[in-house]
Design a protein around this ligand. Structure first.
Ligand code: HEM
Ligand SMILES: [Cu+2]
Length: 595
């Protein structure tokens, strides 16, 4: 199957999963806002999970768990990375397809099966897994710990193993395509930042996902074969469980060795997309291209040595905590480099506020405001107070959740014409952006204050605790904001599906962009380009180049055609372009004297 088709499959599956996950969050937000009220419609809708119109506490935990799992893995990993890596890697590099189209197709179908199995757990007697998206033992290992710890947890594990297999097949394909299948002239330093981001994301995935599978295998042993890797000294009621010698901390190490890179697997493609969109729509070269690449590499390397910041309160040796704290805070440096680069690119740009551009700027906003609270959480001593409170929920929903969703939406608006040959409606796009942007801040900003006051996450009803009662009005407010966020997505869904069929036909290069994908015809061909694959001469960010009349120069335009605007560094490392320049200089001795 063609990579463009597979990209669409990932996108549409991702959108469906996002709608489901958002629906789940509305359900549990209703519970949080009106903990003592009955809503008969919930029973109609959820049956035995909401008898008498109130969500059961076990089911509440299942909702939170599946919401988080779907959002992180299925929407923002598969839906985001899968869609845009598949679409853009061959098109922006000048390849006719992925290195292995077959593996690529298989990777989609594994993902699809993972989604189906995860959702099927809503229809079994004991309900879905309910130990949180991090599935910490013992809830995930002791089958009778709670309803979702039985079959629901088994389905969760199966689904995740399929999902990991899917990501590995995808990732290996992306890496080998990027390394081997670039068109003539496309050296590494001519690749768009999107490709750099997808490349490093794929490497992160390949190196970290297998660790999760290893951890899951041990978990299956604990669950089914009486081993005790993760369990020790558990008493249930008066029952002493037979486990001996294991430790749940081992699971935390294995999980977060994947789990922390995972949050960068989620955000890096979104950062790559926003680089591209911001540069195109500022009509300016991206500021600090090399610094952007090195900061992505820095994030990739560092993200493997910070996992312990999720475990500050497990009683780790304070010295070790200090090491994790320092490495964690160092990640702020490449992240800040990226932020400053975005702002410097926007600075004095000739900005075109397309919907894609607004979403990309929105990403920068969330990345900054959510990133700042990461500095608090990264400090071992502050984290002791903030751990497992709503402060954490607020932090990661801004920096990873909202930012990555905005990156994904920026990508959808920007490359929709490439995917479907049609334009999306810009007015609906603006409506969608402003409502979502405002609603997201209204939802997540107040949650910081709950966290600072010590309100813990994953609790079913706050009214049970005297000190939390005062937050009830805030919770009601947040729930209304979440409902507004959900309604705003209707504008997007309508626009998306309507435009596929009835949208205006898109021109070849609607955003006047330099990159290769826009040189391919609008109609989808197998193999992307009808004749030869275009040759690449220049980097992808030649916007508003001094001395040139048009404000953009596609990567396929040789330097021999833009003699008035060439700069000395344009030729670096490009023997062919250098030769063209030399030949031209030989043929035009006068022009050279002038220069
Ligand atoms: C309408 C948008 C959203 C709302 C209203 C929302 C709300 C919530 C709330 C209230 C919780 C429960 C917190 C707790 O009790 O621990 C939660 C958990 C979570 N959410 Fe969201 N969320 C939204 C979107 C997202 C997105 C886009 C992501 C992607 C990163 C995400 C990832 C998570 C994760 C990982 C958890 C933790 C689940 C767990 O503890 O197992 N959410 N969300
Ligand atoms: Cu982390």
């Amino acid at each position: 199957m063609d990579h463009k088709m597979i990209a669409k499959q990932f996108l549409i599956t991702g959108i469906i999963m996002a709608v489901i996950a958002m629906g789940l969050s509305i359900l549990f937000r209703i519970q949080l806002a009106w903990p003592d009220q009955n809503f008969p419609f919930l029973e109609t809708f959820l049956g035995k999970w909401a008898e008498g119109g109130r969500i059961k506490s076990d089911f509440y935990l299942a909702l939170v768990t599946i919401h988080g799992t779907i959002m992180v893995f299925f929407v923002l990993t598969a839906g985001l990375s899968g869609t845009f890596s598949n679409l853009l890697i061959p098109l922006q590099l000048g390849a006719r397809d992925m290195a292995s189209p077959f593996l690529n197709m298989l990777s989609y179908w594994f993902f699809f099966m993972a989604c189906v199995i995860m959702m099927s757990s809503f229809f079994i007697q004991t309900g879905p897994a309910s130990g949180g998206w991090t599935v910490y033992p013992p809830l995930s290992v002791v089958a009778k710990a709670m309803p979702g710890s039985g079959l629901g947890m088994t389905l969760w594990l199966i689904s995740m193993v399929l999902f990991v297999a899917s990501s590995l097949m995808g990732g290996i394909n992306y890496v080998s395509t990027i390394l081997n299948m670039r068109t003539k002239g496309m050296d590494l330093w001519k690749m768009p930042l999107t490709i750099w981001a997808f490349f490093l994301t794929a490497i992160l995935g390949i190196l970290s996902f297998p660790v999760l599978v290893a951890g899951v295998v041990l978990m299956v042993f604990d669950r089914s074969f009486g081993t005790s890797f993760y369990l020790s000294d558990i008493v249930m009621g008066t029952d002493i469980l037979p486990n001996e010698g294991g430790s749940p901390i081992l699971w935390q190490h294995l999980f977060w060795f994947l789990g922390h890179p995972e949050v960068y697997i989620v955000i890096m493609p979104a950062l790559g997309i926003s680089s591209e969109v911001i540069s195109v729509n500022s009509r300016k070269p991206i500021f600090g291209y090399h610094a952007m690449v090195y900061s992505l590499i820095g994030i990739t390397v560092l993200s493997f040595i910070v996992w312990g910041h999720h475990m500050f309160v497990t009683g780790m040796n304070p010295l070790l905590g200090g090491v994790f704290m320092i490495t964690t805070l160092i990640i702020a440096v490449p992240s800040a480099v990226k932020t400053f680069n975005y702002l410097a690119t926007l600075w004095r740009g000739n900005i075109r506020f397309t919907p894609a551009m607004l979403f990309a700027i929105g990403l920068v906003s969330f990345f900054i405001s959510g990133g700042l609270t990461g500095i608090f959480l990264g400090n071992a001593s502050l984290d002791i107070n903030l751990h497992d409170t709503y402060f954490v929920v607020a932090h990661f929903h801004l920096v990873m959740g909202s930012a990555a969703i905005f990156g994904m939406l920026a990508g959808v608006y920007h490359w929709f014409p490439k995917m479907f040959g049609k334009m999306m409606n810009a007015k609906l796009g603006y409506l969608h952006f402003w409502l979502t942007f405002i609603a997201a801040y209204l939802v997540f900003f107040p949650l910081h204050f709950l966290g600072l006051d010590g309100v813990p996450r994953r609790y079913y009803a706050f009214t049970e605790f005297e000190f939390m009662k005062k937050w009830l009005t805030v919770n009601v407010f947040v729930t209304w904001a979440a409902i507004m966020a959900a309604l705003a997505q209707v504008a997007f869904l309508f626009n998306f599906f309507y435009s596929i069929f009835k949208g205006k036909v898109s021109p070849q290069n609607p955003w006047e962009s330099n990159t290769l994908e826009w040189t391919a015809p609008v109609e989808h061909l197998h193999g992307n380009w009808p004749g030869e694959i275009p040759t690449v001469y220049r980097w992808p960010y030649d916007y508003s180049k001094p001395g040139h009349d048009a404000d953009f120069i596609p990567q396929t335009v040789p330097f021999s055609q833009t003699m008035s605007s060439n700069l000395p560094h344009d030729f670096e490392g490009n023997a062919e372009a250098e030769k063209i320049q030399q030949d031209w200089e030989l043929a035009n001795p006068v022009a050279e004297n002038k220069g």
